[in-house]
Design a protein around this ligand. Structure first.
Ligand code: PLP
Ligand code: LYS
Length: 472
């Protein structure tokens, strides 16, 4: 009998088939025989053969009220996987988001670079690399992961206000495009280029000083930001690059911030960047790249908010890019990956204190910190339909902090212990920002791919955590 994390798949599978009123068909991983109608053997993944839904990302089944991802019922997946808490992705949705950008960029010279900081799952990175995406990186380890995932280093950008010498040496060695962020960063890049004996291709990260109208923690392009060069000092940078034969200036970069919901903000910044480009070209530099960064928001509200699409974003800068004969670089993270994923939790219990009702789940600020850190809203719902009384709840985790919550004032049917509850739009800046606080281990990740559920990351173990103390 095939086991997963030490548990018997068959025992779970049988429990599932026995559940009343459910039409469920499961395939056991690596099983040798077909022992229930509808079961099929499919390598190391499970095949569910229930009716196909819309097949693209997350939605509630119109007929049965269950939550689906692609063509699969989340309840069925919950009963099948051994972990109670896990991130669950739709490959269809990731690829759809990437293709939306590709389509939006048609007719332009372009370099779409996925922002790895949003989600660094190796399997997903491999899929985006295989689809032809470039990558934008913010550490040497992200660069190593990007190379392991198959990204072409010459189609990657290295950003950051505190790049370390070893990171820069690796980046120069691999032919990565590097953004200059400050005077000292320029010196460090030049030193790395001299040390490796290879010329570094650099872009100047300029702050257009346009307000992205977002949470201050995710605003990056204002004059007082910690990122980017002092624009008043731009001539100094041009002289320093001119004097340094190991640096080749190939473009300019700006990144305004994240969760931006209006494309005129990108337009305003591009117009300002266009003036900088003309000025830099007049100084004798042949610029190739205009990098407008990432930052496009998504509809976290799930209230049908109409937000700009990748096409809206690209079309707002298309004329500038064409007129100046540039290659457009974009660095989407959130809009590429957020909507593909939900954090699937299991309800531990329900309690009331004073006039507050709480749903306590196994996920927490250690698993998904955006609500605690930014007061961010991420939509929450139960995985199965329920006729239980609706109440207003705070959805909280088990962490020893009053700020540990996943959602506040959510009207939900009163769940029972063991019920499934998802936090939506968890593909970006959720797992990649997870921690081991209170010694919670980062959870497993699963991907729905071609109608099958595939494990794409193991749950971390305490043994792995203890290993960092070995021999001390
Ligand atoms: C330089 C840079 N590029 C790209 C991104 C990705 O942004 P987003 O995930 O909002 O698209 C970020 C994050 O804000 C960033 O700092
Ligand atoms: N971590 C932020 C985004 C940061 C973007 C990186 N510059 C979020 O969850 O929204």
């Amino acid at each position: 009998m095939q086991t997963i994390s030490g548990r018997s798949v068959q025992s779970r599978c049988l429990a599932r088939v026995a559940a009343p009123g459910r039409k469920v068909c499961v395939v056991r991983a690596g099983a040798a025989v077909q022992d229930k109608p509808g079961e099929k053997v499919v390598g190391s993944a499970w095949q569910f053969t229930q009716p196909a839904g819309k097949g693209l990302g997350w939605y509630t089944g119109a007929e049965d009220g269950y939550l689906y991802v692609d063509q699969l019922r989340v309840e069925d997946i919950r009963r099948q996987v051994p972990e109670a808490l896990f991130y669950l992705y739709s490959k269809n949705r990731v690829m759809h988001n990437y293709e939306s950008y590709k389509k939006a960029l048609e007719g332009l010279d372009s370099l779409p670079c996925y922002a790895v900081k949003a989600n660094n799952n190796l399997i997903i990175m491999k899929q985006l690399a295989a689809a032809g995406s470039g990558a934008v990186l913010v550490s040497g380890n992200e660069l190593k992961m990007a190379i392991a995932a198959g990204f072409d280093p010459s189609r990657t950008i290295f950003n950051g206000n505190g790049k370390l010498p070893w990171e820069l040496e690796l980046a120069v060695e691999k032919g990565v495009l590097i953004n200059i962020d400050s005077e000292f960063d320029l010196q460090n890049i030049a030193a790395a280029a001299r040390k490796t004996g290879k010329k570094a291709k650099v872009l100047l990260r300029i702050n257009p000083d346009v307000d992205p109208q977002v949470h201050p923690y995710v605003s990056t392009g204002l004059a007082g930001s910690k990122f980017g060069i002092r624009n008043s000092h731009i001539k100094w940078f041009l002289d320093a690059i001119r004097a340094e034969p190991m640096l080749e200036l190939v473009g300019v970069h700006s990144h305004l911030g994240s969760t931006i919901t209006k494309v005129n903000i990108f337009r305003d910044a591009a117009v300002i960047m266009c003036e900088f480009i003309k000025m830099i070209r007049a100084e004798g530099f042949e610029l190739k790249y205009l990098n407008i960064g990432g930052g496009l928001g998504i509809d976290y509200s799930h209230e049908g908010q109409v937000l700009p699409t990748p096409t809206d974003l690209i079309d707002t800068v298309r004329d500038i890019v064409k007129e100046l004969g540039l290659t457009l670089v974009i660095e989407p993270g959130r809009s590429m990956i957020a909507t593909s994923c939900a954090l699937v939790n299991t309800v531990t219990g329900v309690k009331t204190n004073g006039n507050k009702n709480f749903i306590v789940v196994d996920g927490s600020m250690a698993t998904l910190i955006r609500p605690s850190l930014y007061g961010a809203y991420q939509h929450i719902e139960l995985t199965a339909p329920s006729t239980a009384e609706k109440q207003t709840f705070d959805v909280v985790g088990p962490i020893c902090e009053s700020g540990d919550y996943l959602g506040k004032d959510r009207v939900l049917p009163t769940p029972k212990a063991g019920d499934g509850l998802v936090v939506h739009d968890a593909g970006a800046y959720c797992m990649s920002m997870a921690s081991n606080y209170n010694l919670k281990m980062r959870p497993a990740e699963y991907l729905v791919e071609d109608g099958k559920v595939r494990k794409i990351r193991h749950e971390e173990t305490l043994e792995q955590h203890m290993a960092v103390f070995e021999g001390l």
